[in-house]
Write a new protein. Structure first.
Length: 380
């Protein structure tokens, strides 16, 4: 293992040791601040400038950079610091284990591997000044509402393009889905279950809503896309009723609607609202959407962008990858694209390992990713 490879692995080990579970997903989650503080020390040791961008509740994005030859051009690399919770791990998820040329631990591929590769790539540019100013950002809250990426997009600083680190197995993602998530409520009238006709059963009403939404979801399959699979609608949670002998006065479901490039959240919401209005008119169901929704727009495809062509060349040169692909999940690119920033998604590790109780990253991919990121930094 080269000294650079050892440095990358050591950095990733240190980052995995820091529990940074998103506090919006678990009350036991510590959040990202200790990761940001660690990165401060990393940059001080290497004489790299840095700053913290306060976002909310003591949670800050971390940014470091190297100035380019052209002060008017800026290229952003971003990877998130937060992780999902660690319930049901058999071992300690924050004690990184090296085994079979893999590193195991929470966040190893999603996405502290990408973050480590970005930091090492930037810190080892040496005297080779890039053409554009290279900014590496470690963001908060990607796993929930992506408010860290939104703060970067709204910071007033412009970027010509962005490389978003996620586990893509070094494949080049130029398009991915967005999402809009919200609750739908049916209201009924409580009554004793010995005389159910005196009440209105909200669960029975919701059953009709669910059937209508499932039919809508099946119809979405006809909306084919060249790079990503069709849009989807999933009813992911349901709750309702008071107790066993009372006609349920309310019932709620949670809806997860995945968007494809070109679809907007408001369009998806309007389609469902039309379905709900039909149920109000035909079935006399008292149903409503509970808004505002959580919105992550689907970024426009980056197929024709300069960053995609530069990254494709770097992937081909180093890893033999670089074919343009699309994926069904979302990333920080959803928020960055709102500022008009062309985004690609590229990083080490497999999305199939993300959020699992056996999360790991292949060390060969981690090392190649450092080289790919460095080539992009110098070639853009």
């Amino acid at each position: 293992m080269s000294s650079q490879s050892a440095d990358t692995v050591a950095l990733l080990q240190d980052l995995v040791k820091i529990e940074s579970v998103n506090p919006s997903l678990s009350p036991r989650g510590s959040g990202e601040q200790r990761v940001a503080e660690y990165l401060e020390g990393f940059c001080r040791d290497r004489n790299l400038p840095y700053e913290l961008q306060h976002v909310v509740d003591g949670r800050s994005n971390f940014l470091t950079w190297i100035s380019g030859k052209d002060p008017g051009r800026r290229l952003l690399f971003v990877a998130h610091m937060d992780t999902v919770p660690t319930d049901n791990w058999a071992s300690d998820p924050f004690s990184p284990e090296l085994k079979d040329n893999r590193l195991y631990g929470r966040g190893s591929c999603d996405t502290k591997g990408s973050l480590s590769a970005m930091m090492i790539a930037l810190s080892t540019l040496g005297d080779r000044q890039p053409n554009a100013t290279i900014v590496v950002a470690a963001s908060i809250d990607e796993e929930y509402r992506k408010i860290g990426a939104r703060a970067i997009a709204l910071s007033g600083k412009s970027y010509d393009a962005a490389v978003v680190g996620e586990p893509t197995e070094l494949e080049l993602v130029v398009a991915h889905k967005g999402s809009v998530r919200w609750q739908i409520e049916v209201q009924g009238v409580p009554a004793h279950t010995s005389k159910p006709h005196l009440g209105v059963n909200a669960i029975s009403g919701m059953a009709k809503v669910i059937l209508a939404l499932n039919e809508h979801g099946e119809n979405l399959a006809s909306r084919t896309q060249p790079l990503v699979s069709p849009p989807t609608l999933t009813i992911s949670l349901i709750e309702g009723g008071l107790e066993l002998t009372t006609v349920p006065p309310s019932c709620r479901i949670w809806v997860d609607r995945r968007l494809v490039p070109g679809e907007r959240p408001e369009q998806a919401l309007a389609e469902v609202e039309n379905i709900l209005q039909g149920l109000r008119d035909r079935e006399d169901i008292k149903v409503r959407s509970l808004l505002p929704a959580l919105e992550d727009p689907a970024p426009d495809s980056a197929e024709s962008s300069k960053i995609a062509s530069v990254a494709a060349q770097a992937c081909a040169d180093i890893a033999g990858t670089g074919t343009y692909i699309g994926v069904p999940y979302g990333t920080d690119a959803s928020q960055l694209s709102l500022a008009g920033i062309p985004c690609i998604v590229l990083g080490p590790g497999s999305i199939d390992r993300a959020h699992t109780n056996n999360e790991f990253i292949e060390l060969d991919q981690l090392e190649m990713c450092v080289q790919i990121y460095r080539q992009i930094m110098l070639s853009y």
